[in-house]
Design a protein around this ligand. Structure first.
Ligand code: SF4
Length: 408
C-alpha cells in the first residue's frame, strides 16, 4: 500500500502470535529481532564459542548454529556452558537437516541446551518416513518446551508436494506459471507443516515460519501470500543473497519492502563472507536496515554528505567514518551509562551548502570548510551554533566534543 499524500511511515505491523525464543520474543507486536548464523564447524567448540560471542556482541539477538552430526550435537551443551561462563546468554538455535529427529533423540543435552529447533520440511524425511520423522522433532520440542522454526527453502523444497502441484497445474491447462507453482509449493509446505505440528500438540505460540528464496520479487510475493494466509510469526531472509554490495542491496530491497508492509518479525541477512571477511557484517547490515527504516535504534545515526567538487579534502569522510566506528565501539558501555544514547544524531558535513542546515537538525554537527571557504568549522549543538573549530586538529577536537556531549 502507498501511504496517502502527506503521510509517512510503514503499514501497521501484521498481527502475529508471539513466540518466546529463550527469553527473546519474536512476533506478537515485539520489535523486529536481529539474528545471524555461524559458519564454524559446531563440533569445534572454541571456534563456535568465539563466533557466537562476536555475533552477539555485534548485536545479534539470536544465533543459529548447524547441528549436522553426532559430534556437533554433543558439542552444543559445551558451547552453551562456555558462552555462559563468559557472560554470553544469547539464545542458540539448532539448524537441523535430514537427521534432526535422530540427533535430538540421541543427544538430550543438546535438545535441552538449544532455545529453538529449525526444521526444514523439504528434507526431514521422504515418503512414509516424512511425517514420522517430522513428528518426532515436534514431540521433542513439546517435551523440552522449545519453539521451532519451520524453515522452507526453495533449494530444498519438498519434491513430492512440488510434483503434485505441477501435475495439477498441467491437468488444469497451465493456469499458473512454473514459478508461481513453485511459490505455491513453498507456501503450502510451510502451512501444512505448521498445521501438522499443531495437530501433534505444539501450540502456535511455539511456531515460527520462514519461506526463503533467492530472488527479490519471489521473496516479496511468497511472504505477502504467507502473511495473508496465516498469523504465524515470520522469519524473513533472502537465501543465497550473494556477496558484497549485491547481497546487501538484494536483502535490503526485499526485506525493506516487506517490513514497510508490516510483514516480518525477525530478520537474518545472509551474506556470503569475503575470504577472511568479518561474519558480524551481516548483523551490522540487519541493524542498519531496521534503523534506517525507523523500526529500531541501535547506534547513533551519523549523517554525512557524500562530498563533491566543493571540497578537495577527504577529512570530513574520514571523520564521519571514524565517528561512526567509535560510536559503535563505545555503544555497549555507553548504553549502560547513558540510557537513550542510541537516539543521538550526529552530522558531519563537507561544506557550507548543506552543512549548517543538516548540522542544526542533528544533536551535534560539524560543517567542515569546503574549497575556497574560510578555514573554519562551525559546530552546532541542539540546533544552535556552539563553537567554531580552526586549525589542524579539527577532527580530534570534534570527537572530544561528541564524547563530552554524550557524557553531559
Ligand atoms: Fe558537496 Fe557541500 Fe553538499 Fe557535501 S554539503 S555534498 S561538500 S555541496
Amino acid at each position: 500500500p502507498i501511504p496517502a499524500a502527506g503521510q509517512a511511515g510503514p503499514a501497521p505491523r501484521r498481527a502475529t502470535v508471539g513466540v518466546d525464543v529463550g527469553g527473546v520474543t519474536v512476533g506478537g507486536g515485539a520489535a523486529v529481532v536481529v539474528q545471524s548464523m555461524t559458519n564454524t564447524d559446531t563440533a569445534d567448540v572454541d571456534a563456535t564459542v568465539a563466533q557466537v560471542a562476536a555475533l552477539h556482541r555485534a548485536g545479534s539477538e539470536l544465533v543459529r548454529i548447524t547441528v549436522d552430526r553426532d559430534e556437533s550435537a554433543a558439542a552444543v551443551p559445551r558451547i552453551r556452558e562456555r558462552l555462559e561462563r563468559v557472560g554470553v546468554f544469547v539464545p542458540l538455535i539448532g539448524d537441523f537437516h535430514y537427521i534432526g529427529h535422530k540427533l535430538l533423540a540421541d543427544h538430550p543435552a543438546c535438545a535441552e541446551a538449544l532455545a529453538k529447533y529449525r526444521i526444514n520440511p523439504g528434507n526431514v524425511g521422504f515418503k512414509e518416513k516424512k511425517d514420522r520423522q517430522f513428528g518426532a522433532i515436534i514431540e521433542t520440542a513439546i517435551r523440552y518446551d522449545k519453539p521451532v522454526r519451520i524453515g522452507v527453502n526453495w533449494g530444498s523444497l519438498d519434491q513430492e508436494l512440488l510434483t503434485r502441484l505441477m501435475d495439477d497445474n498441467q491437468a488444469n491447462g497451465f493456469p499458473m506459471t512454473a514459478d508461481a507453482v513453485t511459490r505455491e509449493a513453498i507456501i503450502q509446505s510451510a502451512l501444512f507443516s505448521a498445521e501438522l505440528a499443531e495437530e501433534i500438540g505444539l501450540p502456535r505460540s511455539k511456531i515460527i515460519l520462514s519461506a526463503k528464496v533467492s530472488r527479490v520479487q519471489d521473496l516479496i510475493a511468497v511472504y505477502r501470500d504467507l502473511a495473508e494466509r496465516s498469523n504465524h510469526a515470520l522469519h524473513l531472509g533472502l537465501t543465497e543473497a550473494g556477496m558484497g554490495t549485491k547481497g546487501i542491496v538484494a536483502s535490503s530491497a526485499a526485506m525493506g519492502i516487506l517490513l514497510q508492509q508490516g510483514i516480518g518479525d525477525t530478520i537474518r541477512i545472509s551474506l556470503t563472507p569475503e575470504p577472511g571477511g568479518d561474519r558480524t557484517r551481516e548483523v551490522q547490515v540487519a541493524q542498519e536496515l531496521l534503523q534506517t527504516m525507523g523500526f529500531r535504534q541501535f547506534v547513533p545515526i551519523v549523517a554525512a554528505c557524500p562530498g563533491c567538487g566543493r571540497t578537495t579534502s577527504t577529512v570530513f569522510q574520514e571523520l564521519a567514518e571514524k565517528i561512526q566506528a567509535d560510536l559503535r565501539k563505545n555503544m555497549p558501555v555507553w548504553k549502560t551509562k547513558y540510557p537513550g544514547v542510541e537516539e543521538l544524531k550526529v552530522a558531519v558535513m563537507g561544506c557550507i551548502v548543506n552543512g549548517p542546515g543538516e548540522s542544526k537538525h542533528a544533536d551535534i554537527g560539524i560543517s567542515l570548510p569546503g574549497t575556497g571557504e574560510t578555514p573554519a568549522a562551525p559546530i552546532y549543538i541542539d540546533g544552535k551554533k556552539a563553537a567554531t573549530l580552526r586549525g589542524a586538529n579539527i577532527a580530534a577536537e570534534f570527537e572530544a566534543m561528541v564524547a563530552s556531549y554524550i557524557e553531559q
